[in-house]
Write a protein that binds this ligand. Structure first.
Ligand code: PSU
Ligand code: MN
Length: 347
């Protein structure tokens, strides 16, 4: 029949896979600017669940050596849950999809140097191209940069912490993260804890709707329509456009999106584990202060997000760090289970 009784997973009567993922799709092969590790390439060829991991959180979020500890923790979370991790970033002007431990250490220990850059879509050609002029940069890729490179390699699922978004006051500054437009144009699924409430969450969701991005939040035991989460807090006061029960449903939605040849990305929001959640009111105060310091210091452009994040860390006196680590871990675990379920549907 069409149903597998043990798990109730619907089986498609016939395989319908979008050309952006099917046999006709040609992934970018390794060249002077782009290198997929052997392990990741083999896993992709064998339809194993591969999970992309970003590196801006290591180069512009956590300092060395906390960042290298986090990087290896997240890789092992993917592995113990049955997936293959693909840490993505730029080393010496070469985009790397899948890094070995030595390569991860080289990138993470370069955090803070002025030749280690934060790289979004617009920045990739600059750092790769200038390698030909003898200028060597390392870089952590943002969610946008990581999605783009993941897709070039054929990776469908990506787990991370917090998404960039529409900044407060964007109606005059126009500061809107390229993460949102990337989700509109690149068919990669991102699992995150929503976004931090230093951003304008209602406008972020409006922008994602305009970009045609699917947004679903895991119910995590709650009834009815749940809030889109605000990183440290499970609730934001803003309802998620849709609510889903589990990873199997997430995979089914991704599979349908690809089969329907809808070429945009998908965002699954995973609320922070309850025992690590910080009340919204506690964070609101800290965030107000961090934003006013950013305004006072005249910070803008790509420096805005890292500046506010470091101020929040300082003002919360590190209290937010365990929550931060727990939620990234939880997102990466969920991303791995989604990738596993998707590999079954796509088989
Ligand atoms: N938000 C967070 N933590 C992060 C980032 C955002 O809560 O680490 C990082 C991510 O790499 C994200 C990037 O893709 O910042 C967004 O930066 P911008 O707003 O400049 O696009
Ligand atoms: Mn910005």
């Amino acid at each position: 029949g069409l149903i597998t009784p043990a798990i109730g997973r619907p089986r498609l009567p016939q395989r319908i896979i979008s050309p952006c993922f099917g046999a006709n799709r040609r992934y970018l092969t390794n060249n002077g600017f782009f290198r997929v590790s052997e392990e990741v390439r083999e896993a992709l060829n064998a339809n194993k669940p591969v999970v992309a991991l970003e590196t801006t959180i290591y180069t512009h979020g956590f300092p060395y050596p906390e960042n290298v500890a986090l990087a290896s923790l997240l890789e092992s979370v993917v592995r113990v849950n049955g997936g293959v991790p693909a840490t993505i970033g730029i080393l010496d002007g070469v985009a790397r999809v899948g890094m070995n431990p030595e390569e991860i250490i080289r990138l993470t220990e370069s955090a803070g140097k002025d030749t280690t850059l934060k790289l979004s879509r617009r920045d990739l050609a600059h750092v790769c191209g200038l390698r030909l002029a003898g200028k060597k940069f390392h870089g952590g890729t943002t969610i946008a940069g990581t999605m783009l490179l993941a897709h070039l390699a054929g990776i469908k699922v990506f787990g991370t912490g917090g998404l960039g978004g529409v900044h407060r006051g964007a109606e005059s500054s126009m500061d809107i993260s390229a993460d949102l437009t990337e989700l509109g144009r690149t068919p990669v699924t991102v699992v995150s804890s929503g976004c931090k409430s230093f951003l304008d969450i209602p406008r972020t969701l409006e922008y994602l709707e305009t970009e045609g991005v699917y947004v679903g939040t895991f119910a995590d035991g709650r009834k009815g329509n749940v809030d889109f989460p605000a990183f440290w807090s499970r609730d934001s006061g803003v309802k998620s456009p849709t609510t889903i029960e589990n990873e199997m449903e997430a995979a089914a939605i991704i599979h349908a999106q690809h089969s329907l040849r809808i070429h945009s990305g998908l965002l699954f929001a995973n609320p922070v584990p309850e025992e690590f959640a910080i009340p919204k009111e506690t964070m609101d105060e800290i965030i107000e202060e961090a934003i006013s310091q950013a305004v006072a210091a005249g910070i803008s452009g790509k420096d805005n997000t890292p500046f506010i994040l470091s101020k929040i860390k300082e003002l919360s006196k590190g209290k937010s760090i365990p929550a931060n680590r727990a939620l990234i871990e939880s997102n990466v675990r969920r991303a791995t289970i989604v990738a596993r379920e998707l590999a079954i549907l796509d088989a």
